[in-house]
Ligand binder design. Structure first.
Ligand code: ADP
Length: 190
């Protein structure tokens, strides 16, 4: 089972991914979390990624894809994966598709959380009060992340919609309401 949880920054992907993991027993792969872990450990990889993250830009594809590959390879023997925050560019999507195709696999489902921009900015600023993430406290950096999302990432919906696996889900409401909406797409697949 390969599921992409899609949507702009601050749309609730991480929160929902945690709940989906407990319900369906999938492995959660968040490239943002992986980068933050590298940054905390002060690896060379983390230092490079931090330059981009602190400006609200995307980390270059080569670095991101390498990290993703290593993480997937380390998690053998799982029921499936939830990709959160990956892919974010067409090159990343192609790399992921190829990685899966080698094993005769493909993305089964992409669920896109739909949340209006003002609500996203509000949520991220709120998260910034306690997350300790410097990229969550500066509105200009947050707006830049949203612009990058529109320029580079949002087109990926169509990349997967062509295969009939992409669906939009209303991302407004309580955490449980949104979770129920996601489960309605996932339950039939389990
Ligand atoms: P958010 O969903 O709030 O943007 P993430 O934790 O997913 O938070 O990402 C934080 C930052 O990490 C992004 O703004 C970006 O700089 C970097 N990042 C995460 N995933 C990717 C990716 N797939 N490709 C490039 N950069 C990424």
């Amino acid at each position: 089972m390969h599921l992409i949880l899609f949507g702009p920054p601050g749309s609730g992907k991480g929160t929902q991914a945690d709940k989906l993991v407990s319900r369906y027993g999938l492995a959660h792969i968040s490239t943002g979390d992986l980068f933050r872990s590298e940054i905390r450990q002060k690896t060379e990889f983390g230092n490079k990624a931090m330059e981009y993250i602190s400006r609200g830009e995307l980390v270059p594809d080569a670095l991101t894809i390498e990290m993703l590959r290593a993480r997937v390879a380390a998690l053998s023997d799982v029921r499936g994966f939830i990709y959160d925050g990956f892919p974010r560019t067409l090159a990343q999507a192609k790399a992921l598709d190829e990685m899966l195709a080698v094993k005769g696999d493909a993305i089964h489902l992409l669920l896109a959380l739909d949340v209006p921009e003002d609500e996203i900015v509000r949520r991220i600023l709120h998260r910034g009060l306690s997350s300790g993430r410097p990229d969550d406290t500066d509105e200009a950096i947050i707006r830049n992340r949203i612009t990058v999302y529109h320029q580079e990432t949002s087109v990926l919906f169509d990349h997967y919609a062509v295969h009939g696996v992409a669906h939009r889900v209303n991302g407004l409401g309580s955490i449980d309401e949104i979770f129920d909406r996601l489960c309605r797409h996932l339950d039939p697949l389990f």
